[in-house]
Design a binder for this molecule. Structure first.
Ligand code: ATP
Ligand code: MG
Length: 442
């Protein structure tokens, strides 16, 4: 992509309304545009990152055996009356009427709708386990939308829903999502810690929030330092092996970890002073087993091996891709701007032509741009006539992992410069070596 043809509305000044660094940097880097309280448009750079995050989430959901669907944003109130939640949900639900004065709502979540789909088709335990997920916009009329896309009213959510014959099956389904989340957050360059969460009237211990440690987090969290070193399950993890998956969950739920509401002072005091980690945290995912909470009132049942009807045992599993972008920036930035993990960077390389109009700089830049693009690299080529200082500031602000710098003096010597955004390390190398450095055979 040529920057001269791109839409990257960089802000020079710090926007006053932004209280935390991720919100500030997302506005400054031209990733999002606020349209109303807690409602944002995604501009090209932001949309690229959002898509990359969704792609990783999708790959890991699929790997764990979940199946992608897509349900509407606008739902019928009648469905929510069946579960009793139409009245219970409160002011966070945006209630709407259609032209026939029928009660509708903008979905804050999808348990009712997915249960309706399930009960319409599935009759026997032989079709289980089943896990259906979608990535769809949600609306919650938050009391205090703030921090940009961290807590917005309209936000993207990946929500999965599992259906099983009994508790044993539901627990195995829960474990698969648990392990899938460990892989997902690691691939996004994040260290997310699963913490015991409140199960309310459902009871049991099958509810975990996945938390990123960050000073700007909204909740106070407590955990054992061991979490920072636990091994993350690899690509070869066998999601069909309940024993293997259960073992990983055991390992990741043994050290102490709890959010404020679940904090147990006695257990905390038993941990050595140097082993404790008490910090602020951002919730990026939440998994929850709720058994028959919806299947019973909504009549979602299957015939079991015993020939009898059983209400299915369910769980739901959420991740917020839009909040994740803010969380990633909170965890990865410096004074100059964002530092994207390679897996979610909007472009792999920022190619900077320091002197557009100089025949040699133009020629070398064009050749590098063509070669890198042909090899499948996403390159943002700064071919604008801005001054070098401005170009470097933009490149640092938008945080691409690599900068490839083409300047008149270097080119005369047959050289270009590569800068690693994370470490700040710069290296001068022969022009012909530059593409090889990005894994492209000369
Ligand atoms: P919170 O306690 O932060 O309000 P929640 O418990 O209401 O979150 P869930 O209903 O479990 O969240 O939703 C699943 C995921 O959706 C969350 O883990 C989070 O990543 C994301 N999410 C929830 N609310 C918002 C919001 N207002 N803005 C952005 N993302 C959100
Ligand atoms: Mg909430």
């Amino acid at each position: 992509m040529r920057l001269s043809r791109y839409f990257l509305p960089i802000l020079k000044e710090n926007p006053r309304e932004a209280e935390i660094v991720s919100h500030r940097l997302m506005l400054r880097a031209g990733m999002i545009r606020q349209q109303a309280a807690g409602s944002f448009s995604w501009l090209p750079l932001g949309k690229l990152v959002l898509d990359k995050i969704c792609r990783i989430i999708r790959e890991e959901q699929n790997r764990a055996g979940a199946l992608e669907i897509l349900m509407p944003t606008i739902q019928s109130a009648d469905l929510w009356r069946e579960s009793g939640r139409y009245d219970d949900y409160g002011d966070e639900m945006l209630r709407i009427k259609d032209r026939n004065k029928r009660d509708m709502l903008f979905g804050p979540t999808n348990e009712e709708m997915v249960t309706e789909i399930f009960r319409s088709y599935v009759r026997t335990y032989k079709d289980l386990p089943l896990n259906l997920y979608h990535i769809q916009w949600k609306f919650r009329d938050e009391r205090r939308p703030r921090f940009g896309v961290m807590r917005s009213r309209e936000f993207l959510m990946k929500d999965a829903y599992s259906f099983d014959l009994d508790f044993e099956g539901a627990k195995a389904a829960y474990n698969r999502m648990f392990v899938s989340y460990l892989r997902t957050f690691t691939r996004l360059g994040l260290k997310a810690i699963p913490m015991r969460a409140d199960t309310g009237p459902i009871g049991g211990d099958l509810s975990h929030e996945f938390i990123i440690l960050a000073d700007t987090g909204e909740s106070q969290v407590y955990c054992h330092r061991d979490f920072l070193e636990l091994p993350v399950p690899g690509e070869d993890t066998d999601f069909t092996n309940d024993g293997e998956i259960g073992g990983i969950v055991k390992q990741w739920t043994t050290p102490y970890a709890a959010t404020d509401e679940m904090h147990d002072e006695a257990a905390w005091d038993a941990i050595g002073e140097g082993e404790r980690l008490s910090a602020r945290g951002i919730e990026v995912g939440h998994i929850f087993h709720f058994g028959e909470k919806y299947s019973k009132p909504m009549g979602a049942k299957v015939t079991g091996p015993d020939g009898k009807d059983h209400f299915v045992s369910m769980g739901s599993y959420g991740i917020g891709p839009s909040r994740l972008i803010a969380a990633i920036i909170e965890a990865s930035h410096d004074e100059a701007g964002i530092i994207w993990p390679e897996s979610v960077a909007p472009f792999d390389i920022g190619l900077i032509n320091m002197k557009v109009g100089d025949a040699e700089c133009d020629r070398v830049s064009e050749e590098l741009y063509a070669a890198l693009t042909a090899a499948g690299k996403d390159v943002l080529y700064d071919d604008t006539d801005q001054r070098p200082g401005g170009k470097f500031a933009t490149a640092d602000l938008i945080g691409l992992p690599w900068q490839l710098i083409v300047g008149p003096r270097g080119v005369a010597a047959g050289e270009v410069e590569i800068k690693n955004r994370r470490t700040g390390e710069r290296e001068t190398l022969p022009i012909a070596e530059a593409t090889k450095r990005f894994g492209i055979a000369g």
